[in-house]
Design a protein around this ligand. Structure first.
Ligand code: ADP
Ligand code: MG
Length: 553
């Protein structure tokens, strides 16, 4: 005898909303049902491992069957199944995670947009179906149960025979959702949302060569990020990178494969593409990362998982600490989410520093492509500023063809040198001929050659490195060590007294340039040239002034 139960009032409300939902949101119904099937398989696997009287099943799978004639779509699993009481508890009340979040979100919000963002759990079935039939048998019972509902206020439960444990959800498709009885349509949806479900999903009615009557293993892409690092081959990485980035066949420049247990359980693979599309004028990289919770996709293109200055990375992050059904907004405010971002950022920066150390050539290639993007982090990431500083690379007037880091510069500093000097310009030879450089080359001081004006902004944001201030060679703040004295000069070097008549010359200069200068004075910093221009302490260098248009009055 079938028994009739009333839905909890919140559910009745939810069901009404779902049945009116927008067309494009409907695909998530399949995702929700597959995700429930996968959960049920997970539970079964766990039980069979823990309980002696639960036999191991090595054929755990999800079978999805579209049937155009019957106008149904069936999602079946051989997982834990449900008892009579489970059915009432799970499919009649709203006490569980996903749906609870949804109904809370409903207060004062627009339902249509919410459905797209939230997982609505099992009840999403009513977006596609005019009636739903759940046939289930618990692994603890001999017989099964049938739950049916037309999504209007009540559901029925009846006893049935079922040969095996598991659950079949049969959707009797609404007229406007008949496309979900088409295997090709269903295949697309499964591939889109459930590619990385950890159990095989088999689609009935479509074989790999499109022949009807067979099943197609839809998610045959192995979830390589859960596998041990050492067992993933370069070819697998290439394929996964191709899958994530659409750059099929290309090799990523480097990858980062993480498997962490603390402070969070995170499994992740990140890829650096070989080229920066932003340099080619192709616009900002805004692809983000895939976010999974226990291998079920929660959100694709999640661009808040990494800071903007690492936006060029592709990848996937899987954490079992994340709830599956939450809104985008809630995700971003989530402490788990923020923690993931913090952990990932730190790991990426360490990966880069190891790359710089162990594979300098690859690092150089990386820096040429993504250095500009990475440098943004100096201004935006206060926490990691020092780490990013270590990753910066510059040409120098001593070795204009090489890129070296600040550490190397500091190691090469001369006796008595307290500052890190820089000069803007592209051509090292031309730069060296500038009068301002004389004082530096005469003392054998190396100078960072800033080929990109942005570098100067980066350095002024950093202000100092290893306790040494960044100072432009044009700056009056430049503090030069004494000139090394050559032996024969030592004795007969003239006292640094002002030559006769210098004051008069300076006076003439002041008269002529008075309004345009702050000060005109004698210097001992020149060896060959008669005069030079310097910027007062704290002033912008001529290069930066021209970039910023400060000279265009
Ligand atoms: P959630 O998955 O967030 O718990 P759902 O609305 O998707 O919420 O599902 C409600 C509950 O119904 C699940 O927690 C589970 O106990 C039960 N359930 C749903 N589908 C299945 C299934 N295929 N096999 C076993 N139990 C299921
Ligand atoms: Mg669910």
């Amino acid at each position: 005898m079938a028994e009739t139960h009333e839905f909890q009032s919140d559910i009745a409300k939810l069901l009404r909303l779902l049945s009116q939902s927008l067309y494009q949101n409907r695909e998530v119904a399949v995702r929700e049902l597959v995700s429930n099937a996968s959960d049920a398989l997970d539970k079964y696997r766990l039980l069979s491992l823990r309980e002696e009287d639960v036999p191991t099943a090595d054929d755990l799978q999800i079978v999805v069957t579209p049937d155009a004639e019957a106008k149904t779509l069936t999602i079946a699993d051989n997982g834990v199944g449900m008892t009579h009481d489970d059915l009432i508890e799970n499919l009649g009340t709203i006490a569980h995670s996903g749906t609870e979040g949804f109904s809370q979100g409903l207060e004062g919000n627009d339902a249509d947009s919410l459905i797209g963002q939230f997982g609505v759990g099992f009840y999403a079935a009513f977006m596609l179906a005019e009636s739903v039939e759940v046939r289930t048998r618990s692994y603890r019972e001999e017989g099964g149960w049938k739950w049916t509902s037309a999504g209007t206020g009540s559901f029925e439960i009846d006893q049935i025979a079922m040969p095996e444990h598991g659950t079949e959800v049969v959707l009797h498709l609404r007229d406007d959702a008949k496309d979900f009885a088409d295997p090709q349509r269903v295949e697309y949806v499964l591939k889109r949302y459930s590619s990385f479900v950890p159990h095989p999903i088999r689609l009935a009615g479509l074989s790999s060569d499109g022949e009807p009557g067979e099943t197609l293993h839809v998610n045959d892409q192995p979830p390589i990020w859960v596998e041990p690092k050492g067992s993933v081959t370069p070819e697998q990485h290439r394929q996964f990178f191709g899958y994530l980035s659409g750059q099929v066949g290309a090799n990523p420049l480097w990858n980062l494969h993480l498997s962490l247990d603390s402070p969070l359980e995170i499994k992740s693979i990140l890829y650096c593409p070989p080229m920066n599309p932003e340099l080619m004028g192709l616009g900002r990289a805004e692809h983000g990362l895939h976010l999974c919770a226990r291998r079920v996709l929660v959100q694709s293109d999640c661009d808040k998982l990494l800071p903007e200055y690492l936006r060029f990375l592709y990848g996937l992050v899987d954490s079992s600490d994340l709830p599956l059904n939450v809104s985008r907004q809630a995700l971003q405010d989530d402490t788990v989410f923020r923690k993931i971002r913090q952990v990932l950022t730190g790991k990426v920066l360490s990966r880069l520093s190891k790359l710089a150390e162990n594979e300098p050539k690859t690092y150089q290639e990386f820096y040429e492509q993504f250095g500009t993007t990475l440098r943004e982090g100096v201004a935006t990431d206060n926490v990691n500023r020092d780490k990013i500083a270590e990753l910066l690379r510059f040409r120098t007037i001593d070795a204009p063809d090489e890129m070296s880091g600040l550490k190397a510069y500091v190691e090469g500093m001369k006796e008595g040198q307290t500052q890190i000097f820089h000069v803007g310009g592209r051509d090292a030879e031309a730069v060296k001929r500038r009068p301002t450089l004389e004082a530096f080359t005469a003392r054998g001081l190396n100078v960072l050659l800033l080929t990109d004006p942005v570098d100067e902004i980066v350095l002024s944001t950093l202000d100092e490195y290893d306790g040494k201030k960044f100072v432009s060679v044009e700056s009056a703040e430049a503090d030069l060590p004494p000139l090394p004295e050559s032996d024969d000069e030592k004795d007969d070097r003239p006292e640094p007294a002002a030559p006769a008549g210098l004051e008069a010359v300076l006076g003439l200069f002041r008269e002529a340039l008075g309004d345009e200068t702050e000060e005109i004075r004698q210097t001992d910093k020149l060896t060959g040239s008669p005069c030079r221009l310097v910027t007062p302490g704290g002033g912008l260098s001529p290069q930066l002034q021209s970039v910023l248009g400060a000279n265009d009055k």
